[in-house]
Design a protein around this ligand. Structure first.
Ligand SMILES: *[C@@H]1O[C@H](CO)[C@@H](O)[C@H](O)[C@H]1NC(C)=O
Ligand SMILES: *[C@@H]1O[C@H](CO)[C@@H](O)[C@H](O)[C@H]1NC(C)=O
Ligand SMILES: *[C@@H]1O[C@H](CO)[C@@H](O)[C@H](O)[C@H]1NC(C)=O
Ligand SMILES: *[C@@H]1O[C@H](CO)[C@@H](O)[C@H](O)[C@H]1NC(C)=O
Ligand SMILES: *[C@@H]1O[C@H](CO)[C@@H](O)[C@H](O)[C@H]1NC(C)=O
Ligand SMILES: *[C@@H]1O[C@H](CO)[C@@H](O)[C@H](O)[C@H]1NC(C)=O
Ligand SMILES: *[C@@H]1O[C@H](CO)[C@@H](O)[C@H](O)[C@H]1NC(C)=O
Ligand SMILES: *[C@@H]1O[C@H](CO)[C@@H](O)[C@H](O)[C@H]1NC(C)=O
Ligand SMILES: CC(=O)N[C@H]1CO[C@H](CO)[C@@H](O)[C@@H]1O
Length: 725
């Protein structure tokens, strides 16, 4: 075994522990964990999902045996209404948590009459609050706005035949434009009632009796059962552990087959995606995969299951639809023409992530020129000669359709971030000129952005554009989460500026349900009350990489994920929160949105500290954040093409820190451990102390919580490290 100290860079070299004998220094080996974590999994255990209960407070009218649909099968549930003097019989069924798929109902018969069949109506909702007599969202809502497609499917009706049969919620109508069902739903609650609307005459009758013997859901999305997990996470805080699995479940609910009859009807259907598995933005809407959302959702997918096709299919399809000027569509919606300014840059970041997590270099080789054309043509040509920064002048939107123009911090920091990601890939491929050009352009953007948009009066970045209704180049006095967070991750700022902007931002925007995405309402009413878990991920990541800021990350995580997990529908994470933490776009809001699952990469990449530094984890770093929060231990694994990377760390009662790692043979990387001041003999690796290293302790690549870290080079295999109190 060789341990060497390279002052100022790498403090020690750690090779596989074979042949290393150190009898004197014993330590307890940590467990990488058994199957305890299975209890946190939210997925149904099979693809037929039964409801859990009915909301008894919501049963109205003549309903016999409302609980017949749950637990052990008894006699059917019967809805009866003799005439207009009777209340409408209705019941509300609760699936216990958000689910997605196609509902079917077994009818045990119904009375009929010469006037027609009994009418049954259904309405779905993710929340009780937005459960009414129309679904909180259906694809037919968008059909009103669509140029093509039927304009008929306002809500869901069934004409119940009088013999036993199974009805399935396939999209379509029982008669021309009448008695229609609207297909797949993401929902938790289902309201069922006996009624008819005049528009369906003469096919349904609002009176009579309907018997239901069974209701179930055919799960349509990725079924994330225990055997599908290639990565997992567990820590001493059970809430945080549960949120990690809730995040995975949220992304799983959006991982599904792209089908014309189930996607957003606004010209999203496309033959090049039809039948392919994709990662959608939301389980109930828009069911069109958007590339910016993948900036978070794809990481969740890689870190939990070995299913990268759902991401690769999207990246490939959007690349194939690149516009001649280099712009890449954000999604297939509007026949690939939805004008977003930031999403092409997310395509680049996501493509580099795909390579790093899955090792799919052939994909990146195939689309390398797509990336280059977007960076150099589309954005490169927009760097104005005066400022050398992106100056947005067109009417394009972004992840939140923000009314922005001018030299915006977010777009420029994202450009620097995308350039740096692309330079990493150029390096892998040996494209030295690109690597140098993109690295130096990123650094130039960073310097100019800092010079132009840094607000020294508060120590954070301005958003950068003029205030609405105040045209001209005067910078509006408003600061945003997106630009400030990305500026930290893109290296626009040094550590003291990062500490300053995070401190300012946290103080000014903290709400009980997360940090708002703007610090005031200068751009639009309500912005200072709106929270996007999506961009909060980047703010939280910035806190985890900034010295001394990890504590504020844990505190924000508890507000953000704590809020969503304790408010209806619980379990899944929401697209956005508005005033008082409510869904920001009411019933339209998706309550299971993959972009809000940042808790998964935050815990796996920062708290376990596992990150790829080369394609497919050929090289890696393990730099856990252990201080700042209340955690006393964490463990888990990340799946890689060569096998799992496992980490287990613990702070012992006596102050000793112990870390066990296991990485695939044939890989190599670096491990960072806190030195606790680094006294001689304190850091013990595979039973052997590191000696006379007090000068060599360095701050690692992911310097965390202000501690000094020793950075150790390691070969693949099993290693045990401990640091004395
Ligand atoms: C701890 O783990 C190492 C590496 O797997 C192994 O060689 C050693 O025997 C273990 N020690 C104990 C006390 O179990
Ligand atoms: C369910 O019952 C509650 C309590 O009575 C009521 O506030 C709510 O409006 C009802 N919801 C529906 C969909 O009927
Ligand atoms: C009503 O039921 C009778 C017998 O049960 C059947 O002959 C008739 O076709 C039914 N009417 C309709 C509209 O289904
Ligand atoms: C829904 O219910 C409201 C009031 O309860 C009623 O005014 C409205 O007409 C109903 N809409 C439909 C489509 O049934
Ligand atoms: C959409 O079409 C597919 C393939 O034809 C079918 O399997 C699926 O059930 C349909 N979905 C709905 C909601 O009707
Ligand atoms: C979508 O755009 C392509 C290319 O511009 C065109 O060929 C195609 O007809 C369009 N499809 C629809 C449904 O408008
Ligand atoms: C951005 O471009 C617009 C339109 O060309 C121009 O009016 C404005 O002065 C530019 N802003 C800066 C800061 O260069
Ligand atoms: C960061 O940059 C500012 C402005 O140039 C400088 O005053 C400060 O000392 C720098 N901090 C660090 C840690 O380099
Ligand atoms: C946002 C923006 O200013 N886009 C411009 C970038 O450059 C191209 C080519 O000059 C213009 O067509 C875009 O409008």
């Amino acid at each position: 075994m060789t341990i060497s100290f390279l002052k100022g860079a790498i403090a020690a070299t750690l090779v596989a522990s074979a042949g290393c004998h150190a009898a004197a220094l014993t330590r307890r080996n940590l467990s990488f964990g058994g199957t305890d974590w299975h209890k946190y999994i939210r997925s149904p255990d099979k693809s037929i999902v039964k409801p859990r209960s009915s909301l008894s407070a919501n049963t109205t009218g003549g309903v016999v045996n409302p609980d017949g649909l749950f637990g052990t099968k008894g006699s059917p549930t019967i809805l009866t209404r003799k005439d207009g003097r009777d209340d409408i019989p209705s019941l509300v069924i609760d699936f216990g948590q958000n689910v997605v798929g196609i509902v079917s109902i077994d009818f045990a018969g119904s009375t009929n009459s010469s006037e027609g069949l009994r009418g049954l109506r259904l309405a779905f909702s993710e929340t009780k609050q937005f459960l009414t007599n129309t679904s909180d969202f259906t694809r037919s809502d968008n059909m009103q706005a669509s140029s093509s497609g039927p304009h008929i499917l306002i809500c869901l009706r069934i004409a119940v035949a009088n013999y036993p049969y199974t009805w399935k919620d396939h999209i379509g109508c029982q008669h021309d434009n009448k008695v229609c069902s609207d297909g797949l739903h993401g929902f938790r609650y289902l309201k069922i009632w006996l009624d008819a609307i005049t528009g369906d005459a003469p096919y349904t009758q609002p009176y009579g009796s309907v018997s239901i013997s069974n209701i179930e859901l055919e799960w349509s999305a990725y079924l994330g059962t225990a055997d599908t997990f290639t990565g997992w996470f567990e820590c001493s805080d059970e809430d945080i552990t549960q949120w990690w699995f809730d995040g995975v479940y949220t992304a799983d609910m959006g991982t599904d087959t792209f089908l014309a009859n189930e996607t957003d009807p606004r010209d999203s259907a496309t033959p090049t995606l039809e039948g392919k598995e994709v990662l959608f933005d939301g389980a109930k809407r828009d069911r069109d995969p958007y590339v910016g959302d993948l900036g978070v959702a794809a990481l969740t997918a890689y870190l939990s299951h070995d299913n990268p096709d759902a991401v690769r299919n999207i990246l490939a399809d959007l690349a194939e639809h690149q516009r001649d000027d280099g712009w890449i569509p954000p999604a297939s919606i509007n026949n690939y023409t939805l004008d977003l300014y930031d999403y092409p840059m997310w395509w680049i970041v996501c493509t580099v992530d795909l390579v790093m997590y899955t090792g799919d270099t052939s994909f990146a080789r195939q689309y390398y020129n797509v990336m280059k054309k977007s960076l150099d043509n589309y954005y490169g040509q927009n760097l104005t000669s005066t400022s050398g920064l992106l100056n947005k002048t067109n009417g394009y939107g972004d992840y939140a359709f923000l009314p922005l123009s001018g030299i915006i911090t977010y777009y420029n920091a994202l450009y620097a971030h995308a350039l740096k990601s692309a330079a990493q890939l150029a390096k892998v491929f040996g494209h030295d000129t690109d690597e140098q050009t993109w690295t130096s352009r990123a650094s130039d953007i960073n310097n100019k952005l800092l010079a132009r948009n840094w607000d020294s009066s508060v120590g954070a970045f301005y958003d950068g554009g003029p205030c609405p209704n105040k045209p001209g180049d005067t910078i509006c006095d408003v600061h945003a989460q997106d630009g400030n967070s990305l500026a930290v991750l893109a290296g626009t700022v040094n550590s003291s500026q990062a500490i300053s902007l995070l401190d300012y931002y946290g103080r000014r925007t903290a709400r009980s349900y997360g940090n708002a995405f703007y610090d005031n309402d200068a751009l639009q009413e309500g912005f200072s009350e709106r929270v996007y878990a999506f961009f909060s991920y980047f703010e939280l990541a910035a806190r985890f990489v900034t010295p001394g800021a990890a504590g504020s990350a844990f505190e924000e995580v508890k507000r953000l994920y704590g809020w969503m997990s304790t408010h209806d529908p619980e379990v899944t994470f929401w697209e956005g929160n508005g005033p008082d933490g409510s869904p920001h776009e009411e019933g339209f809001t998706s309550m299971a949105h993959g972009w809000s699952t940042g808790i998964v990469p935050l815990m796996s990449n920062y708290v376990l500290g596992i990150k790829p530094t080369g394609p497919g984890f050929e090289t890696w770093e393990i730099c856990p954040v252990i201080d700042g929060g209340d955690l006393t231990w964490a463990r888990g694994q990340v799946g890689t093409p060569k096998g799992p990377v496992r980490v287990s760390w613990k702070k012992e009662d006596d102050g000793t820190f112990v870390l066990d790692i296991e990485t695939p043979k044939g890989t190599s990387g670096v491990v960072c451990v806190p030195t606790h001041g680094f006294k001689n003999g304190q850091v013990i690796i595979d039973g052997k102390p590191i000696e006379s290293a007090s000068d060599a302790a360095t701050v690692g690549p992911s310097a965390t919580s202000g501690e000094e870290y020793v950075v150790i080079k390691a070969e693949g295999g099993t290693h045990a490290i401990s640091v004395g109190a």
